[in-house]
Design a protein around this ligand. Structure first.
Ligand SMILES: Nc1ncnc2c1ncn2[C@@H]1O[C@H](COP(=O)(O)OP(=O)(O)OP(=O)(O)O)[C@@H](O)[C@H]1O
Ligand SMILES: [Mg+2]
Length: 332
């Protein structure tokens, strides 16, 4: 276990199956550990099992951030945002009680990789990221009233392990790195997870499209199993510039949308996260549609711009060896 996850406070809560960090909440099993916290599945005094996230309260920066963001996000309702039920403190920890997921998109990627030796099917991946894009557009828009002012929120840590799966629905979680935005550029000293961070984040500010950049990296990682950029050096000054992305592992039809989502200049990206994922969905010959319950699904797009040839091109891996002329596939 990473030593930084457990609290060093004397007399801190002792973790064990069956232990109760609050009356009626009984720990069942560990669901995961991140860099700062440990997440347990637990019975709740009323209703279905929940997830309890324990953040050592000796980590004052994390604790303050989590408390601030839980307060900011309290009462926000969205079908693709993980619900936080409650937050309390116990010796050595603060505890965030939230809805319990089956796993993360990272877990799903590993499952497909290990059990089927293939990536997550594109239609499933695109549907899940479309759901997350809707949640991000909701968060990012400056229509949330806080202290009498309209603000937006950049989530600040969009990545596969912060996207949770509940049945076939993907929900965004972990608001501890979020930043309230009052305008297109907001100073912000935090960098979230650096492999996913937009270039302006290294320069010390968040923009309206910083989350979109991280969503584009997330798509690339989940689709190909690797990052489009080499890892940023440990010490990056404000002048750090990311190299051009290496998109050799995706198909030609996906490249234009990904290049735009990963544009170094924030204003060159799509206006919204749904713009990015919508363009990728279109590249796969699909389109989003709401079903009778109001939930999203992806259907084949038969409009002329997305005929079957476009669909074939999008789902086939790139051809790296030229075929002999007499075996070249017939053009559409
Ligand atoms: N609501 C939840 N339901 C089920 N499992 C969860 C839930 N929240 C988190 N987990 C699991 O616990 C793990 C640890 O979560 P945590 O948010 O502490 O770290 P992380 O997001 O994986 O990484 P990092 O610390 O870098 O942000 C997750 O990777 C996930 O597997
Ligand atoms: Mg997390």
């Amino acid at each position: 276990m990473p030593p930084n996850v457990r609290s060093t406070t004397p007399g801190a809560f002792a973790f064990a199956v069956g232990a109760q960090p609050s009356p009626g909440y009984r720990l069942r099993r560990v669901r995961g550990r991140g860099g700062f916290a440990e997440v347990w599945e637990a019975d709740s005094p009323s209703g279905p099992p929940v997830a309890l996230k324990f953040i050592p309260s000796s980590n004052t920066t994390m604790t303050a951030r989590e408390l601030r963001s839980v307060q900011s996000f309290a009462g926000m309702e969205h079908p693709y945002l993980v619900k936080t039920h409650d937050i309390w403190s116990i010796p050595g920890y603060i505890v965030i009680c939230m809805e319990l997921a089956e796993g993360t998109l990272l877990d799903l990627m590993m499952l497909y990789h290990n059990d089927f030796a293939q990536p997550i099917p594109t239609d499933l991946l695109c549907l899940n990221l479309w759901q997350v894009a809707e949640a991000l557009d909701f968060l990012n828009s400056r229509w949330h009233v806080r202290e009498g002012r309209k603000v937006g929120f950049q989530h600040g840590d969009v990545k596969p392990n912060n996207i949770l799966l509940l049945s076939d629905v993907a929900k965004l979680s972990d608001y501890g790195m979020s930043t309230a935005t009052h305008g297109p550029n907001t100073p912000c000293p935090r960098q979230g997870t650096r492999e996913y961070a937009a270039p302006e984040v290294f320069a010390g500010y968040q923009t309206d499209t910083s989350d979109q950049f991280s969503l584009a990296v997330t798509y690339h990682v989940l689709r190909t199993g690797r990052f489009p950029f080499p890892p940023p050096p440990k010490e990056t000054g404000k002048a750090f510039v990311r190299p051009a992305p290496d998109l050799g592992a995706v198909t030609d039809t996906e490249k234009p949308a990904l290049l735009r989502g990963l544009a170094p200049a924030p204003q060159d990206r799509f206006p919204t996260c749904r713009g990015l994922i919508g363009a990728l969905i279109e590249a796969h010959g699909l389109k989003p549609e709401r079903d009778d319950d109001g939930m999203w699904r992806l259907v084949k797009d038969d409009s002329p711009k997305n005929g079957s040839a476009a669909h074939r091109k999008a789902t086939m891996p790139p051809v790296t060896t030229p075929l002999p002329n007499n075996r070249r596939p017939a053009s559409a």
